[in-house]
Design a protein around this ligand. Structure first.
Ligand code: NAP
Length: 287
């Protein structure tokens, strides 16, 4: 094994990943002798990759589409959060060389929400009592975000999804606090919503539009979108036009990277305006 710590981001495809830019920036900023590389692995080759990466000199890495569930199944040890989410996006090796799996999407989402709205956002949005957090979508990201919101103690979560059965299935995370609601009922539910979170791919460049009338949201409500291409999605633009607080998806991507970097390279990095500007420039094709 090489003495230079090396981490990966593994996915299929992987060329679009901004993770090398983020981790490369932190390595340079901290003057650390490490590397972070993209690795394209097809699904059928992923179990072998999990077995062999230490021999290739990697100390761990990030896992993205389509491997997050396979990484969950392949990890020898899981954090309680990864266990609950059923997906792993951060891999490392423990002192005994066992494969350790974590999911940092949930803390990444919440860290960005705290940084954008202030950590007392449950109070300022009214979601600590009375108003609901309304989550649109029921895929992997929705599941991670719901787990994070449950851990944070939010009392009332609503989920709406195009495929209603998937929203209904997410209720099993905590049936007392999660309500599945019909997509068609969304307009009637905005008035009781303190935080609206889009976790669908709607609004993403090349995907369909998320057509939702925000006029019923209370003035204290906030709107978060985890789509970050474009950075200002039509949903966020509509929220800002109404004078509501809007939280973009890029911060989640930046914050979810922190715990992995700390494990692989031994330094806890910070999400700075400089890092954000670097990734924004990349997204806008200015680099
Ligand atoms: P996923 O598991 O494939 O789930 C996709 C979700 O979008 C499902 O709820 C799906 O509904 C819904 N959807 C897709 N097309 C739709 C349409 N035409 N109309 C209505 N709903 C539609 O994906 P994921 O991993 O959860 O990711 C979802 C989005 O979040 C992606 O855009 C991804 O890039 C983004 N993301 C961002 C971050 C970040 O760090 N900012 C992290 C993770 C993911 P059905 O169940 O009905 O198919």
């Amino acid at each position: 094994m090489t003495s230079l710590p090396k981490a990966f981001v593994v996915g299929h495809p992987i060329a679009h990943s901004r993770s090398p830019l983020i981790h490369g920036h932190w390595l340079a900023a901290h003057g650390l002798p490490g590397r972070y590389e993209r690795v394209d692995v097809a699904p059928e080759a992923f179990p072998a990759f999990l077995r062999d990466f230490p021999e290739r000199g990697f100390v761990g890495g990030n896992v993205t589409i389509p491997h997050k569930e396979a990484a969950f199944r392949g990890a020898a040890l899981l954090t309680p959060r990864a266990e609950r989410i059923g997906a792993v996006n951060t891999l490392s090796l423990d002192a005994a060389g066992r494969l350790h799996g974590d999911n940092t999407d949930a803390p990444g989402f919440l860290a960005h929400l705290d940084a954008s709205l202030g950590a007392d956002w449950p109070r300022t949005t009214g979601t600590d009592a009375g108003r609901a957090v309304l989550v649109l979508g029921a895929g992997g990201a929705a599941r991670a975000i719901l787990v994070g919101l449950l851990e944070r103690g939010l009392p009332h979560l609503r989920v709406a999804n195009r495929t209603a059965a998937r929203a209904e299935a997410l209720r099993a995370l905590d049936p007392a606090r999660i309500e599945a609601v019909a997509w068609a009922h969304l307009p009637a539910l905005t008035g009781g919503t303190g935080l609206l979170v889009n976790t669908t791919s709607l609004g993403m460049a090349g995907a369909g539009a998320l057509d939702l009338d925000l006029s019923g949201l209370p003035p204290e409500a906030a709107v978060a979108d985890i789509v970050y291409v474009p950075l200002e999605t039509p949903l966020l633009a509509a929220a800002r036009a109404r004078g509501l607080r809007a939280v973009d998806g890029l911060g989640m991507l930046l914050h979810q990277a922190v715990p992995g970097f700390a494990r692989w390279f031994g330094v806890t990095p910070h999400v700075t305006p400089e890092l954000r500007a670097l990734v924004v420039a990349d997204l806008e094709g200015r680099r």
